[in-house]
Every structure is written in C-alpha cells, then in structure tokens.
Design a protein around this ligand. Structure first.
Ligand code: PEP
Ligand code: MN
Length: 336
C-alpha cells in the first residue's frame, strides 16, 4: 500500500497515521523524494482503506500488491517523464536517442562524436569513463579527467551526458559532470550503490542484470525510489541465455512487460542486447515497435579501432541511418 502524504504534513499527524496502520498489522517506511512524501506500508490483512483515509495529512491511498511498490504502474495515473532541461525530456511522447562510444577515449573522439550527434539532432551522448571489463588488462576508462574533458565539450555543444557509475565513491566525483547516472548490468543488484543513488537529485538509468529477472530490475529501481530519487529510467540490455549466436539475448518481451508493470520510462540497448554490429539496427527498431521510449547504442568514428565493444559499434554512417529509421519507426508506432 502506498499512502501519499501531504507535503506540509505535521510530524504528529504522520505519527498518527503510522500508528493507525500499525494497528492494522502494517509496517510503514517513510519515503521522501524530490517530488513527494509517501508511506510504503507492507502488511497482509485486508481492510477498508476508508477507515484511515480521513486522517489529516493523507492525500491519497493506493493498494499495490506488487513486491515493488513505488515504481509500480498501479498507483500512477500518468507515466513518469524526466525533464533534463533545455528541451530534453525522456518519456511521454518523446523518442530518446542516446548514442556515443562504449568508452570515452580521446578529446578528438569526443569532438567527432558530438559533431555527428548535433548534425543529427541527438541530444544525449553516452560513454563510459569507468568501464567494467571482464579482463583486468583491458582498457578500463579515462576516469574523472576524461569525464571533465567530455563535459566541457558536451556542454558547449548543448548535449546531455549519460555515463556509468560503478561504485559509491564515484557518485560525488561524477556528480557535476553527468546528466544521467547509468547503473551497469553488473551492478544492478549493488544495493549499496542503489541506496546512495537514492540520495542524489539526478536521473538514474538502471540496466537489467546479466542474469536478472524483470522483477529484480524493478526491485532495484525501487531501492533508488525508496531512497528518495524518483528520477528513474529502466533499461533492457539483453540477458545471458544458452544461445551462443549472439553476445546476449535481447529480451524484447521485457519492453511491453516493463511498460505495463511500471510507470517509469523504458530504454532499450540493442548494442549490448545482441552484440553484433549488423543486427543492432533491426533490434533497435523492434524495441521501438515494442514500446520503448528510446534507444541507447554505441557509435564511434572508427569502430575497428574502438578501445572497447567495437564489434557491436556502429560507424557514423550506420548511426545516421539508424537515427532516421528510429524516428520513422517511432512515428509509425504513434500512428497506430
Ligand atoms: C556499456 O553501456 O558500455 C556497458 C558496459 O553496458 P552493460 O552494463 O549493459 O554491460
Ligand atoms: Mn559497451
């Protein structure tokens, strides 16, 4: 059950509500976000919500039977949208395109990528400066200095930044230089990291775990929301299965399911989802048709020379074609 509290509720009125639902066998956790105040109350006994609905300080009460509560679609009339400023909005009737290299490598690369993105009116650039790599000997990112160099150029170009945060200490280091924190597939259930991102007033995109279920992804988002941060995006990026023909198995099914189960925007990552350059486009278009609010994918001026994930990275020509087709597909879906 979610009890939406009045922003101006007094401590004593809140205590009265907690006590009243406590007597009904419900344990409450108070959640305060940038947007609202809530009591998330967990209990089993059925009762008539009108019996507490009159208490002062309650704006609304919603029964939510899902394990995850605040990210559930069940209590929100309207889907969530994220306004990044400067006309960049994720969710609603917007197609979000986030493109860029797997890793931020050089100043020149950032400049070339930004030119490509702005020429195609793409407003969000992706890139990693902290890279989770299977091998400790592989390129692991430029770190904070790369982040600052990227930020300077991106701001000048009017482009927003999404980048992966791998551990708690990096949140503060990155804070001033990112518009969206990305939680990678290897960190979906790093609950300490999720708790800390709950305290941050910046959007967080959580990728589905490599072997994670849809419910686990939603529960990870619940961690951040219940920690105080409502600015959330879910990302399907493929899961590990027995199939060897592709790097991962892109779970297109997850897209309509996530949209049905949650009010949060859903982004698809076909680059990691299939892991093969030639097939990134069809999978991206399929994800849009399945209801995704946008796509995040990897592009590089010369994929053969990319420091990481070159095999799944589009060159700028392929990227331009994809951007056009994404927009056409989005319009087609909206015309249905
Ligand atoms: C990435 O976006 O480059 C990345 C490492 O993604 P994932 O966490 O989905 O593997
Ligand atoms: Mn990558």
């Amino acid at each position: 059950m979610i009890i939406q509290l009045n922003q101006a509720i007094s401590e004593s009125n809140k205590a009265t509500i907690v006590e009243a639902i406590g007597k009904l066998g419900y344990k409450s956790t108070e959640v305060k976000t940038q947007k609202g105040k809530y009591l998330v109350s967990i209990g089993k006994k059925e009762f008539d919500i009108r019996s507490i609905g009159h208490l002062p300080g309650i704006d609304d009460i919603h029964r939510v039977s899902d394990e995850y509560k605040l990210v559930s679609r069940k209590w929100k009339v309207n889907r969530s949208q994220l306004d990044l400023g400067d006309g960049v909005v994720i969710g609603g009737n917007n197609l979000s395109i986030m493109a860029g290299p797997c890793s931020i490598e050089t100043e020149k690369q950032v400049e070339q990528t930004l030119t490509h993105l702005t020429q195609n009116d793409v407003r969000i650039m992706r890139g990693g400066v902290f890279k989770p790599r299977s091998s400790p000997y592989a390129f692991r990112g430029l770190g904070v200095s790369g982040m600052k160099m990227w930020y300077k150029q991106a701001r000048a170009a009017g482009v927003k930044i999404i980048s992966e945060v791998m551990q708690v200490s990096q949140i503060a280091e990155m804070y001033d230089y990112v518009d969206i924190f990305q939680v990678g597939a290897r960190n979906t259930q790093n609950f300490n990291l999720l708790d800390e991102l709950g305290k941050v007033d910046k959007p967080v995109m959580i990728k589905r775990g490599i072997s994670g279920t849809i419910e686990e992804l939603l529960s990870s988002a619940e961690y951040v929301f219940s920690g105080g941060n409502e600015k959330l995006i879910l990302c399907e990026r493929g899961i590990r299965t027995y199939e060897k023909a592709s790097r991962n198995t892109m779970d297109i099914n997850a897209i309509p399911i996530l949209k049905e189960k949650s009010h949060l925007p859903v982004i698809a990552d076909p680059s990691h989802g299939i892991g093969i350059r030639e097939y990134v486009e069809p999978v991206a278009l399929a994800a849009i048709m399945a209801g995704a609010d946008g796509i995040i994918y990897e592009t590089h001026q010369n994929p053969e020379e990319a420091f990481s994930d070159g095999q799944q990275t589009l060159d700028f020509q392929e990227s331009e074609t994809l951007i056009k087709k994404l927009r056409m597909t989005f319009d087609l879906r909206n015309s249905f």
